[in-house]
Write a protein that binds this ligand. Structure first.
Ligand code: NAD
Length: 326
């Protein structure tokens, strides 16, 4: 069996690849694993250093928008897991060009190559942000999409295109919509590694608006295990993946301050993100009922382990810091 992992040099994709090649996913054991990644600012070969010499691993530097390359890679591939995307909401607010290109056109190019190759199964990694904000309760998989940020809109477009390729062309496609991930190797522009690295450096952290925005947090290891189950046993359609750990940004900040021995004087209130959704929440009962998935990493333990990882791996994140301390 050959698996193509697109965006496999990023935060979540590289965790999936490291785990797959370590044998953590019995359903995908022995798979020949090809990573295709454009190595944007967010893609980092260091994330794959521990598997670089693995006999069943191959790395290809390239773009999912490259139709010829995708056609060549898809021939002989049995499963594609598409993590490749532009992913930072704040960047999409500044300029969404790359988001439309990679997330929409790139996903379409990949889907077309998969349909043309025939016999390929696709798992497309989407996000809970495609639904927009929900005041109470949780979205189920059949809820209408109402994305608000340019990032979320580009993810919604690619998500719907993936489902359309199933309905129109019969391509075997599963779409996963997961909540916020955290863990090691996350680029330090995202809130948890941004806050942790700034606090480790003795700096202050920028908290958006009134800090009341709520997100559900899942450890990257749980997300990737859920993806492996969908890849092996999912039926075409949508699966929610959630951590069952909702927290306001204020609550998250308090936990990180406590783990790093700092107090609220390390927090600087900054103007709210434009169009900032108040709350995301997905109902994850389908994947539990159908595939037996439940998260294993408790938020308290996962956050502590993540802080420890950033403390012990300064050489990984220090070269990536772009912003001066506020
Ligand atoms: P990331 O930004 O860390 O990694 C993205 C990877 O995609 C990078 O390695 C980058 O080089 C690669 N890439 C970008 N454009 C490409 C292109 N045109 N061709 C090939 N490769 C390209 O992102 P992440 O946090 O690991 O997210 C992975 C996926 O999971 C994304 O699709 C994202 O939307 C989705 N997701 C993320 C979260 C989260 O909390 N991080 C939550 C739900 C869903």
């Amino acid at each position: 069996m050959r698996v193509l992992v697109t965006g496999g040099a990023g935060f979540i994709g590289s965790h999936f690849v490291r785990q797959l090649l370590s044998g953590a996913y019995p359903e995908l054991a022995d798979a020949e694993t090809v990573v295709l990644d454009k190595l944007t600012y967010a893609g980092n070969p260091a994330n794959l250093a521990t598997v670089a010499g693995h006999p069943r691993y191959r790395f290809v530097e390239g773009d999912i928008c490259d139709g010829e390359l995708m056609a060549a890679l898809l021939r002989g591939t049995d499963l594609v897991v598409n993590f490749a995307a532009e992913t930072h909401v704040d960047r999409s607010i500044e300029d969404a060009d790359a988001f439309v290109r990679t997330n929409v056109l790139g996903t379409h190019t990949l889907l077309r190559a998969a349909a043309d190759a025939g016999g390929v199964r696709v798992v497309h990694i989407s996000t809970d942000e495609v639904y927009g904000s929900v005041a109470d309760g949780s979205w189920t998989e059949d809820a209408p999409l109402a994305p608000n940020s340019p990032y979320a809109a580009s993810k919604a477009a690619s998500d719907l295109m993936a489902l359309a390729f199933h309905r129109t062309h019969g391509l075997e496609v599963c779409v996963t919509r997961c909540s916020n991930n955290y863990g090691p190797y996350q680029y330090p522009e995202k809130v948890i590694p941004l806050f942790v690295t700034r606090l480790l450096d003795g700096g202050r952290v920028p908290l958006y608006g009134d800090g009341r925005n709520v997100r559900d947090w899942i450890h990257v290891d749980d997300h990737c295990r859920a993806v492996s189950l969908v890849a092996a046993k999912g039926t075409p359609g949508v699966y929610h993946i959630g951590g069952g750990s909702e927290l306001s940004n204020t609550g998250l900040t308090e936990r990180l301050l406590a783990l790093l021995g700092r107090d609220w004087s390390a927090v600087e209130s900054v103007a709210d993100r434009k169009g900032h959704d108040l709350r995301y929440s997905v109902d994850a009962s389908k994947i539990r009922a159908e595939l037996g998935f439940a998260p294993r990493v408790a938020l308290t333990d996962g956050l502590a382990a993540t802080v420890r990882w950033y403390r012990e791996n300064r050489s990984w994140w220090q070269p990536l810091l772009r912003h001066p301390q506020p």
